[in-house]
Design a protein around this ligand. Structure first.
Ligand code: GCU
Length: 659
């Protein structure tokens, strides 16, 4: 199967001003990553300008100079680009910075911007900028919506040209770490720790390293039992601890550049320290100690809850579980452990409050996890530009000393931590366009750019991505931008009202089904009856709102103060309750579903207007998805509206037909 170039689609341009720079290149050093940077600049010059850049032996004669400069103040991943007298200096303290600086120059070419007098210093916002692939070794992808894995096939690891193209795309937006296997580690994936896959893993790690990317693996907490027949995996038991030390010593000997491990424990059936009456700090620290000598990092997920729990008791609340489990452990984790926290307390719904764990653990490394794979936001068949949502999360002032924002916490909060940053569940697969829906690539692009530079706005990111993918045509730019910015609000409108979430079919989680979600056996995820809907998470209810620092504990806990879009997340209210907007809850449900479905049609019409403006095969591919989205949005509208009409028996004020 082939592949396309996504936002690295280079188009011929004819700007004479650029010619002096792109004639020759001087690269300072022989390192692998510098070589990559130089290769990428040459490729861009060839494809965009039709020029073969020569290697210049001398700095003074080169058009572009890649230069390592100690004490530049950029760190190893930041860069300084400076145009001077017809030469472009790309400088950094480290090789990755030179690669990012080179991609920044290439972006300028794509955006048709001049270089004369250009002077720009950029330092990445986050130390860890990661993609988490939920790929299985049989080639399937958990929650994958763009084909099969390009990392695994038939229990083997793939290292080929496509892997190189993946690394280029990831590095071009600043990704510096990838976890290649699913967090649910089963079967042969447990063997990624032993010598079975040693050779291929080393090859893959080397390939990624040339793009400044470190390889990470998800690991199985019960590996000592599964691989060596130990009687348990108790993190405080000596033979278990020794097993991990020995296993890591061997693994790091084979792959010294390995970044570390991602761990899902005691959640949705995965093994973990709870079995032995131990804490998550015990579990994480055992692993952290084993990888410490090699500079390894343990990324421990806070998505810990008992999915089989009986939620009928009104004090039992899945939303509480992350905070309840982890907050008491603040300060107990080793320095090379970072807690990876999903953006919301539940599970990647179209609207959730920001997790109260952010900023609540002053003495613990924290990083953010978002999901680009659109499990609950249209599965890459609906368009849903998630960058505005991620940006909102980053800007949320989560509390704590000085009311820090999430972005301050996860980027190290001025404490100089190296173990923190942002991770995204990837939305890629081996489809030719990488992401199934062409417009879903904006999320991959945007996540990388935002993790590198959190000051960027969703608009700037959209603009860059559109130019990189489709070129600089004004109409294409305006239309696609319009679609992208309509998409998340529209999806929220025609699916889940006022923060309630979850009304999906069981298992695959696609399409409307108000009582469908598999762990919601009693309708407790929405608690809708004939009088009202929503979950009381105030002090009188589950008490979840109290997990927030002020002012949020008070705002969310008070029905009158709670923002409309989260009302049903925090409160159980009658259908006739009036929102701040002046509408009743039931009227809001009806109206928003009609509006959302209408907006899906509008987005589809916008796309239709691009016929002839973008390559036909892409136009048709996306049109098909919009055809489906339009219809599916109506199905959502009708199912949700008729469910609540029947339940509440309250007429639509506008007398529309509700099926
Ligand atoms: C969701 C998703 C699972 C995934 C889990 C996780 O529950 O449906 O497929 O394993 O999140 O984040 O671990």
């Amino acid at each position: 199967m082939g592949w396309e170039q996504a936002w690295l689609t280079y188009r011929k341009q004819n700007n004479r001003n650029w010619e002096p720079y792109f004639g020759s290149i001087y690269a300072d050093g022989e390192g692998k990553v510098i070589k990559t940077a130089s290769k990428e600049l040459k490729r861009a010059a060839r494809e965009i300008l039709g020029r073969e850049m020569k290697d210049s032996g001398q700095e003074e004669h080169a058009g572009i100079i890649l230069k390592l400069v100690p004490d530049l103040g950029t760190g190893t991943e930041g860069f300084h680009i400076k145009e001077r007298n017809g030469q472009i200096y790309v400088m950094s303290e480290g090789e990755p910075g030179l690669l990012y600086g080179s991609f920044s120059c290439i972006r300028r070419l794509q955006m048709e911007e001049e270089f004369q007098g250009f002077d720009k210093k950029e330092i990445p916002s986050n130390p860890l900028r990661m993609l988490n692939h939920w790929d299985n070794m049989d080639g399937s992808i958990e929650r994958g919506y763009s084909g099969n894995s390009f990392f695994f096939k038939d229990q083997r690891i793939l290292v080929n040209e496509r892997t190189v193209e993946y690394a280029r795309l990831a590095a071009s937006v600043g990704i510096n770490g990838v976890v290649i296997n699913n967090v649910n580690v089963k079967g042969n994936a447990t063997r990624l720790l032993d010598e079975t896959y040693g050779k291929e893993l080393k090859e893959l790690a080397d390939l990624l390293e040339a793009y400044g990317i470190r390889l990470f693996l998800s690991l199985n907490f019960a590996a000592p039992m599964e691989l060596s027949g130990l009687s348990g995996a108790d993190p405080l038991q000596e033979d278990v601890r020794e097993w991990w030390k020995m296993t890591m010593a061997r693994l790091y000997q084979r792959i010294p550049g390995l970044g570390g491990f991602l761990v899902k424990a005691d959640s949705e059936g995965r093994p973990g320290p709870f079995t032995y009456g131990r804490t998550h700090a015990d579990g994480a620290n055992m692993l952290a100690e084993a990888v410490q000598p090699y500079g390894g990092v343990i990324i421990w997920r806070c998505f810990v809850y008992n999915c089989m729990q009986d939620w009928r008791d009104k004090k039992t609340d899945r939303a509480r579980s992350g905070y309840d489990h982890f907050k008491p452990l603040d300060g107990a984790f080793r320095d090379n452990v970072v807690l990876q926290i999903k953006n919301g307390p539940m599970d990647f719904q179209v609207r959730e409050p920001v997790s109260p764990l952010f900023g609540a653990m002053e003495h613990t490394n924290e990083m953010l996890e978002v999901q680009l794979a659109q499990e609950y936001t249209g599965q890459q068949r609906h368009v849903c530009y998630l960058i505005p949502m991620i940006k909102e999360v980053l800007e949320f002032r989560c509390g704590g000393l000085g009311r820090k924002r999430v972005r301050d916490v996860i980027s190290g909060g001025g404490k100089g931590q190296r173990c923190c940053g942002m991770a995204a569940v990837a939305n890629t697969g081996n489809d030719e366009n990488w992401t199934g829906h062409d417009l879903a690539a904006a999320n991959w692009y945007g996540f990388g750019r935002l993790s590198f530079q959190m000051d960027l706005s969703p608009e700037e990111i959209a603009k860059e991505w559109i130019v990189g993918t489709f070129g600089t045509d004004r109409k294409v730019m305006d239309t696609i931008k319009k679609i992208l910015f309509m998409s998340w609000p529209a999806y929220e409108k025609y699916t889940s009202p006022l923060g309630i979430g979850w009304m999906v079919n069981p298992g695959h989680h696609y399409g409307p089904n108000v009582d469908g979600y598999e762990y919601d056996r009693w309708g407790t995820y929405h608690r809708a009856d004939h009088l009202g809907i929503g979950i009381d998470r105030s002090e009188k209810g589950t008490g979840y709102a109290l997990q927030y620092g002020e002012p949020y504990a008070s705002i969310y806990g008070d029905m009158k103060a709670c923002p409309d879009e989260l009302l049903l997340f925090f409160h159980h209210v009658p259908y006739v309750h009036r929102l701040k907007s002046g509408k009743t809850v039931i009227q809001h449900i009806y109206d928003s579903h009609f509006e959302g479905a209408q907006e899906a049609k509008e987005m589809a019409a916008c796309w239709e207007s691009l016929k002839g403006k973008i390559p036909d095969f892409i136009f048709e591919r996306v049109k098909k998805r919009f055809d489906h989205q339009k219809e599916h949005a109506e199905e959502w509208r009708d199912q949700i509206n008729s469910y609540f009409f029947r339940k509440s028996m309250i007429e639509d004020e506008k007398h529309r037909i509700i099926y």
